[in-house]
Ligand binder design. Structure first.
Ligand SMILES: N[C@@H](CCC(=O)N[C@@H](CS)C(=O)NCC(=O)O)C(=O)O
Length: 256
């Protein structure tokens, strides 16, 4: 268990996946977000030609795909179908996605899963601004960075394991080096091309990382009193620039 700094004990898992439910309900001025379907909900009319993104508003993997869908302007083409993961409808596993996870996409009479595959799929199969450049060097770097996302997540998460904050005000530096390895990697990756984003211009790579960086930043600041952007000017600018993009801000765990 970890201390959240406001008098409530929460686990990292809760922070990563279940933050700010109430705020989420009324997030987007342009798009009314549908309520989550649970075990008492009927399934949508499956495979009727509608493209559906099965999602969860607190899930960082689903958030990647949600941002991409918004950025490409696909709000009318891809319907959000949020799933209550704590009380999942049986039909989701039985009729939609046997892995029983989110995100998944219903498109062209098939179901596709895995968030990183879905980012590429949306970019390749739908209109809207392309989110992977043609330049081979950038393309190669995109692959490297996309492959590293899971290592990044695991490296930062491993810093929290076995480290318990017992009292507010205690700032453990036990796992500091783990943070540094992961965030220094991002800082140096952001130096490779000119521009505030990983490939210069905004791309799928930015959308793949930001849901995790957003959550880690909040958690590390609260618990470890450590600002991940301190001494990392590129990372600071990257976060600032992403926060100017509505497609992202409407999906944020904590909009403030
Ligand atoms: N590798 C998957 C991970 C997806 C994932 O773990 N989603 C979580 C929610 S954040 C989930 O559906 N968990 C339900 C479960 O594991 O039963 C992806 O990238 O899409």
């Amino acid at each position: 268990m970890y201390w959240d700094g406001i008098g409530v004990k929460i686990s990292l898992q809760q922070l990563l996946f279940c933050g700010a439910k109430a705020k989420r309900q009324c997030r987007s001025a342009e798009e009314v977000l549908p309520p989550a379907l649970d075990s008492s909900s009927e399934p949508p009319p499956l495979f009727d030609g509608t493209t559906r993104l099965y999602t969860n508003y607190q899930c960082p993997y689903a958030q990647r795909v949600w941002i991409t869908r918004n950025y490409k302007g696909l709000q009318d083409k891809i319907k959000l179908v949020p799933i209550d993961l704590a009380n999942r409808p049986a039909w989701y596993k039985e009729k939609v996605y046997p892995k029983n996870k989110v995100p998944s996409l219903e498109h062209d009479n098939k179901i596709i899963g895995e968030s990183l595959d879905l980012l590429r799929y949306l970019d390749a199969h739908f209109e809207g601004p392309p989110l992977l450049p043609d330049d081979p060097a950038k393309r190669e770097f995109a692959e490297e960075l996309l492959t590293y996302t899971d290592t990044f997540r695991k490296t930062v998460s491993s810093a929290f394991k076995g480290d318990v904050v017992k009292e507010v005000g205690v700032t453990p530096f036990f796992s500091y080096s783990f943070f540094c390895v992961a965030f220094d990697y991002l800082e140096s990756a952001l130096q490779k091309f000119e521009g505030p984003f990983f490939l210069g211009d905004v791309s799928l790579v930015d959308f793949a990382y930001i849901p995790f960086v957003e959550r880690f930043q909040l958690f590390i600041q609260e618990v470890y009193k450590y600002d991940i952007t301190s001494g990392r000017p590129k990372l600071a600018t990257w976060i600032e620039e992403l926060n100017k993009i509505d497609a992202y801000t409407v999906t944020k765990v904590d909009p403030e």
